[in-house]
Design a protein around this ligand. Structure first.
Ligand code: FES
Length: 122
């Protein structure tokens, strides 16, 4: 069970939901299921609309460390994933702060998800 806390200007306060990890659900799907409106368009990792900032909470090592190739490319093109951050992700298993909600698979860990409510803006 993962605690996912959403924080954004469209919410009157932060909302924490319990997500079942391991069912391959994306963060965007978790948000939708809980009526939390994160902007999105393609839902396929290509447009960058669902840009979010994810902070891993707790002392355990982050688990959601895998970025899809589309996520890497779209974040890079939009200036949200530098070569240094990508190397850190791939070599040290330290995920970058900015992610795409439609590509992020929820794992069994507590996270804070920040979004702006504007497409492509964290
Ligand atoms: Fe297009 Fe996520 S909705 S990249």
């Amino acid at each position: 069970m993962a605690n996912v806390t959403f924080s954004g200007p469209t919410l009157s306060k932060n909302i924490t939901v319990y997500a079942v990890a391991g069912d391959n659900g994306t963060l965007l799907a978790v948000a939708k299921a809980n009526n939390i409106v994160i902007p999105f368009q393609c839902q396929d990792g290509e447009c960058g609309s669902c840009l979010i900032k994810v902070t891993h909470l707790g002392d355990n090592a982050p688990k959601a460390i895998h970025l899809t190739d589309k996520e890497k490319l779209t974040l890079s093109v939009n200036g949200k994933l530098s070569k240094e951050l990508l190397a850190k992700t791939e070599v040290e298993d330290m995920p970058p702060p900015f992610r795409l909600a439609c590509q992020y698979i929820v794992r069994d860990e507590d996270i804070l998800v920040e979004f702006s409510g504007e497409a492509g803006v964290e």
